[in-house]
Design a protein around this ligand. Structure first.
Ligand SMILES: Nc1ncnc2c1ncn2[C@@H]1O[C@H](COP(=O)(O)OP(=O)(O)OP(=O)(O)O)[C@@H](O)[C@H]1O
Length: 259
């Protein structure tokens, strides 16, 4: 479980997050949604310890993150963020094996079980045929799938992902998110596409200018009036059985000018 209690953070004078509370529970997928600049990535970074809140705290299974040793944190939290290619001399297989390294003791080399876990993770994201290729030879979407495989190979109890569907074609967007649903771990995922959030998340946090505008089950947070107010675009909601879909009203030129 991951909890944020009163998390406040500022890069400069203007706060990027103000008194954010959330709970991400085991076996559930929590989506972070909100307009550009609303604080989603900043919040995700606070949740995995990449940023320390100025006020409030993050709890990992009830323990303040600030008290969790770095090595434990690296084992217990798998992170998928957009990376610039600093590790581009690695092959795909080596990159995914890095996900296992955090689980090994100091000088221990990866064993057969680690190689098997890395292969299984690559297979899950459809990237096993690329295992011997260099990371720098991959397309953006292929690379994204390899980063996800690395986090899966880690077998951490908590998985945090920042826009994992970035660069992915429609089929892989759905494959990756449905994969996340099968893991039964505590998963927090930043998503821009509200229909993907509706399809694959259990709970949502809607951020607006660094504050929580809504937090709860998907069907409660994806309220058309609330979305219209936060995003400034017309929203219609269609509920079909257990699934819900959002339709957005295209802006007319006059509205765009006055927006
Ligand atoms: N390194 C930084 N230095 C200063 N300000 C930053 C930095 N990173 C983000 N910000 C600011 O913090 C606020 C929140 O940014 P953040 O990237 O968390 O939003 P986001 O919701 O993830 O946005 P997007 O949807 O555009 O990715 C924005 O106002 C942004 O300009």
């Amino acid at each position: 479980m991951i909890e944020a209690r009163g998390v406040t953070f500022a890069y400069t004078q203007e706060p990027a997050l103000t008194e954010v509370d959330l709970v991400a529970r085991p076996g559930r997928v929590l989506g972070l949604i909100g307009p550009n600049g609303s604080g989603k990535s900043t919040l995700l970074r606070c949740l995995h310890g990449g940023l320390a809140p100025d006020a409030g705290q993050v709890l990992l299974d009830g323990r303040p993150l600030s008290e969790v040793p770095a090595a434990t944190m690296a084992q217990e939290i798998g992170v998928v963020v957009q990376e610039s290619g600093g590790e581009s001399t690695l092959t795909v297989a080596e990159m995914v094996l890095l996900g296992r390294t955090v689980r090994l003791g100091g000088f221990q080399s990866p064993g057969e079980a680690d190689h098997a876990a890395a292969r299984a993770a690559l297979r899950q994201v459809g990237a096993l045929p690329m295992a011997r290729r260099g990371l720098d030879e991959l397309s953006g979407g292929e690379r994204q799938r390899v980063l996800i495989a690395r986090a899966l190979a880690q077998e951490a109890d908590h998985l945090l992902l920042d826009e994992p569907t970035n660069h992915l074609d429609i089929r892989y967007q759905h494959e990756v998110l449905s994969l996340l649903r099968t893991f039964g771990r505590t998963t927090v995922v930043v998503l821009h596409d509200l229909n993907l959030a509706a399809a694959y998340c259990d709970d949502l946090v809607l951020l607006e200018r660094g504050r929580v505008a809504a937090h709860g089950p998907v069907e409660d947070v994806l309220d058309p009036d609330l979305l219209q107010q936060v995003y400034g675009i017309g929203v219609e909601r269609v509920d079909r059985g257990r699934s819900l879909h959002l339709l957005f009203t295209p802006l007319q030129p006059a509205e765009e000018e006055s927006a």
